[in-house]
Design a binder for this molecule. Sequence first.
Ligand code: 5CA
Length: 475
Amino acid sequence: MLPPKSNFSEWYHEVIQQAEIMDVRYPVKGLYVWFPFGYKLRNLVYGRLREIMDREHDEVYFPALIPETELGKEGQHIKGFEDEVYWITHGGIDRLDVKLALRPTSETAMYPMFKLWIRSHADLPLRVYQIVNVFRYETKHTRPLIRLREITSFKEAHTAHRNYEEAEENVKMAVNAYKEFFDSLAIPYFVIKRPEWDKFPGADYTIAFDTVMPDGRTLQIGTVHHLADNFAKTFDIKYETPEGDHAYVHQTCYGISERCVAALISIHGDDVGLILPFHFAPHQAVVIPILYKGKEEQVLKFSDEILKKLKEIGIRAILDDSDERPGAKYYRWELFGVPLRIEIGPREAEGREVVVSFRDERVKRKIQADEITEEKIVKWADDMHDRLKKRALDLILEKVRFFENAGEMEEWMGKGVAMFHLCNSIECGESIEEQVRAGVLGEIIEMPEGVHADKEGKCIVCGGDGRLNAIAKSY
Ligand code: 5CA
């Protein structure tokens, strides 16, 4: 049994283990083990991400170790990361001449090579990505999939362009790619431009995707950074223009981690366990034979036939013909979030019927076995996606409010996201953060469907011209 989801922190901790996503017993803080089931889910989710990335990017692999001399080159970047880097100081018993960092992200691994790769304008744009592990010595409370010291599934893309504007076009492309990715997971999000004081170390600006967890705290599930020519100047990445001049490239980078899996689990799950969207479920359908003495053979034969049919259609289907009672089987596969359950008893086998139910609805319907077609399953999957999306948006609507009064906003912190107007002075930003004891997420560029607020209004602190911002307690 799981704790109720209203007790989100405990529910999350339990569902991660009971549904065999992560084993949290590994003896190093902030490092966890993917169970086979969890890793299958991870691979299905990352398959989608890869498909989207492959359209515009080439996949690469860069080494996990970065020499101290490179990591330290870009002043802002190293300032932002120095507290979080794991260092390798020895090879065996020999002290290394140059310490090696375990990559916390790969700008400083990639960009010295970009300098060698990029010669002329014809080499641009350059767009690559990799899905690798990175290490960050996080000091905030660590949590499986959410705040890791080894991020196992860091999808990082890095690009180079001829000028600021072309890099900005790429930022828009990346934001659209991430929108498509999160939409396919039915995860609602805000697209938010981070304030100056919270942008990525070394970036010109940062655009983040923030979702809202069931407890009202936000989770940053992806970020897109415009790097301008900051790193190009540091790493001397130049190209020859058509006119024969030499110019610095302008760059972008953007990343997504297994937090996307954390969001998927947290947003769609319920008191009983996981609810997985059809396209990402490791088991999309489970066939459960209901066995009565003397009628086993007929039921099992028909169940096998249905299983075979589902597999032929291309569905990841399983048959649970174990000795457990039907109730125990239902419970197990609900915990694992299997979208489609098909029950077959003697009466059904006789009439070539099946009882179908969907994980999110838990309503049983009897249909003819012939009705199970590829077309029908596509429709079922689409309908379920729409229902999950609507449920997730309804939850967000409960967790997001607009405020004109800072005192009321303060009370709301910890319960959800507050929208309000803020001018662009750092003093007003700091003042409101101090008063409500939460972090300004930044200026809202895009809101989830159904959330409404005016983009412009009076700054909640000074009353000057302000723009729509968000503030919340975050993971
Ligand atoms: N080089 C850039 C773009 S790849 C970069 O490192 N950006 S980042 O620091 O913002 O990280 C990208 C995303 O990884 C974040 O938006 C967040 O969703 C996720 N992330 C960051 N730190 C952690 C962590 N400790 N555990 C899990 N996910 C993390």
